[in-house]
Design a protein around this ligand. Structure first.
Ligand code: F3S
Length: 392
């Protein structure tokens, strides 16, 4: 791979051991995927923040890098395993909390922003069309490529961190225009009435297209809430990194004629929705996967008006969106009902199975997918029904 003199210096250790290790990771990755060079990135988003996923080996890796490593570009973090301020109210065990705070401390020393969200684009980290970035939260990767028109591969936590500490990523995959073309057209015949319908559609299409690029045709309108939950579902049942949608994706329409087509019918949507639920009465309800937008918090505040929650109910969002919600008065309305904000974290990366919960109600197909993998039973319900379950 061709390196600039600055990159060769980083690789030689001129800028310290952490930068050298990170360059070694990126060069190895580039060679595996046949990249001819590295490319500078304007923003990084790092997953692998929850102690539940990292374990002690992860803390050791981060602490070592933090000895002399420092972020070179704006870098934000994915959700942690708990709220960094209200973890006691969430019932998080002291031992887990101490380890999680060690992880956060290492990232802070590395110079990453302790934003802890999977929707950085709703909290001030919104790349522009054509920018090369290195993001690793899969739902945010799909959103960034498909809605914002930025260019990123689906990075792992270590490779994204390596990009943070060097400001570079290998130039291959979705950084190259020829790999961003649609591979399968999805003719949407079903009537999509809610974000949950987009989530179920994404779950079906992810399974169908695997690591290809679906091109959605026939969708009348889609807002941020629909697009972020679609992105999350596509990346959970499949390995999708990017989609095209008429009227949404800046590059939409490039090359669709070459792709094959399948139809998303009402029957397929109904079948997918039904298959996402298990039996059982929920003892835990959580919404905000991906993290809630301000619009969603306004809706939740309205749905909770005059109600009291009767079981644990987490509303997951970033600290930044929560701050805006405080100003708008939505947070007070939500908390008055007894619902809890789960800022900095979510129902999947927090150790909720250790908190004694068995059946989780949520409005996210992605959350259903991963919670089942953790041995929990799930109910996939629209937002309104999640609130009804929580207050029943
Ligand atoms: Fe975000 Fe957690 Fe869902 S990281 S996309 S809320 S699984």
């Amino acid at each position: 791979m061709e390196l600039t003199s600055e990159e060769r210096g980083l690789l030689a250790g001129n800028e310290g051991r952490a930068a050298r290790k990170c360059m070694q990771i990126l060069v190895a990755l580039g060679e595996i995927y046949g990249a001819e060079s590295l490319v500078e990135v304007s923003s990084v988003q790092v997953s692998g923040v929850s102690y539940k996923n990292l374990g002690d080996a992860g803390i050791e890796f981060l602490s070592e890098l933090a000895e002399d490593g420092r972020a070179r570009v704006r870098s934000t973090l994915n959700p942690a395993g708990m709220s960094l301020t209200d973890w006691r109210a969430q019932g998080i065990p002291q031992g887990f909390a101490e380890k999680q705070l060690e992880v956060i401390d290492a990232y802070r020393r590395l110079g990453l922003e302790i934003s802890c969200t999977c929707t950085p684009y709703l909290a001030g980290n919104e790349p522009s069309f054509g920018q090369h970035i290195a993001w690793s939260e899969s739902s945010a990767v799909v959103y960034a490529n498909s809605v914002l028109g930025a260019k990123t591969n689906r990075e792992g936590g270590p490779s994204a961190l390596a990009s943070s500490l060097t400001g570079r990523t290998p130039l291959y995959g979705y950084h190259l225009d020829e790999n961003r073309l649609p591979t399968l057209t999805i003719n949407v015949e079903a009537d999509l009435k809610s974000p949950e319908d987009f989530s179920a559609m994404g779950y079906f299409v992810g399974k169908t297209v695997k690591d290809g690029v679906p091109y959605f045709r026939g969708i009348r309108s889609a807002g941020v809430e629909e697009l972020k939950t679609l992105s999350a579902a596509l990346a959970s049942s499949g390995g999708v990194t990017m989609f095209h949608m008429e009227g949404i994706t800046p590059e939409a329409g490039v090359g669709p004629a070459r792709s094959q087509a399948v139809s998303l019918t009402q029957a397929i949507l109904a079948e997918t929705t039904a298959a996402l639920s298990d039996v059982g009465a929920p003892d835990f309800v959580s919404v905000g996967c991906p993290h809630c937008s301000l619009t969603e918090l306004a809706t939740i505040a309205e749905l909770l008006r005059g109600r009291r929650v009767t079981r644990e109910f987490w509303v997951c969002c970033s600290g930044e969106v929560k701050r805006r919600s405080d100003e708008a008065g939505y947070s007070a309305a939500i908390e008055r009902s007894g619902a809890k904000f789960a800022t900095d974290t979510c129902m999947v990366v927090a150790p909720i199975e250790d908190l004694g919960h068995k059946v989780v109600a949520t409005n996210s197909a992605k959350a259903c997918h991963y919670l089942r993998n953790s041995g929990l039973r799930v109910r996939f319900l629209p937002l309104e029904e999640c609130v009804l379950e929580a207050t029943r």
